[in-house]
Design a protein around this ligand. Structure first.
Ligand SMILES: [Zn+2]
Length: 242
């Protein structure tokens, strides 16, 4: 309440009200903040994915390794032997079977190592191509769930979960780098060795270098504001098998 004083100013009167006389607030249901379903990467897994994306001038593909008990947290990105062009990735079937065996030998469950398919696009668009869609359907269509992740050189990313439960369906997933999870240090020497061991360039199938995008740095991808670094020398694929 307020009243005008002798000086013409309005002053406020605060009146004490016994608590008992206040209407009791209706008991509201506790607000249950429904966590958004998103695909998270550990910083190390994300850094490795960007390193391998930018190492050569072709696509590269592999599997995301999920944390035990948290299947939408990617803790590693593992390449399998493959032949790549700027628009395709073809895995070696025997190598994929070997990869599953190795992962199971490490004590991981199949759902941790075979449900998140990740590949890169050397251009700016992360939108799945019709080949991507066909592959996702053919290879993962009978899995109870699977995620297709595409990370483009220009920084765009795409993730979609498809699931069989109930009537089945699919759901776009936001991507996040989760700094709140434990993560290991980067190991670019090991990542480079993995790239050179696994990735072969499809001969006679390339775009002119100047049609490909400029890779973004990890800091750019994470949205950090920092002075632009000089252009990083793009790594070249070896012309001969190593
Ligand atoms: Zn693609």
């Amino acid at each position: 309440m307020c009243r005008r004083g002798p000086d013409g100013l309005i002053s406020l009167l605060f009146v004490k009200v016994p608590m008992q006389s206040l209407p009791r607030p209706r008991s509201l249901p506790a607000r249950t903040a429904r966590p958004r379903t998103m695909l998270r990467f550990t910083p190390t897994a994300w850094a490795k994915l960007l390193f391998l994306r930018d190492y050569g001038s072709t696509e590269v593909g592999g599997f995301g390794i999920s944390a035990a008990g948290d299947l939408l947290l990617v803790t590693d990105f593992v390449l399998v032997p493959q032949v790549c062009s700027v628009v395709t990735v073809a895995f070696d079937d025997v190598a994929v079977a070997d990869y599953f065996d190795q992962q199971l030998d490490l004590g991981r469950q199949l759902e941790q190592v075979a449900r998140i398919w990740i590949h890169t696009h050397p251009g700016n668009s992360a939108h799945p191509s019709h080949v991507d869609e066909e592959t996702f359907e053919r290879v993962f269509g009978r899995s109870d769930w699977a995620v297709m992740v595409i990370v483009a050189c220009g920084g765009e990313s795409y993730a979609r979960l498809r699931f069989q439960a109930g009537p089945g369906g699919s759901l776009r997933l936001p991507l996040e780098v989760d700094f709140q999870t434990p993560f290991t240090a980067s190991d670019q020497a090991a990542w480079e060795e993995e790239y050179l061991r696994c990735v072969r360039s499809q001969p006679g199938f390339s775009f002119p270098e100047d049609t490909l995008c400029e890779p973004r740095s990890l800091e750019d991808a994470l949205g950090f504001d920092h002075p632009r670094q000089p252009r990083r020398q793009r790594h070249r694929l070896p012309q001969k098998p190593v």
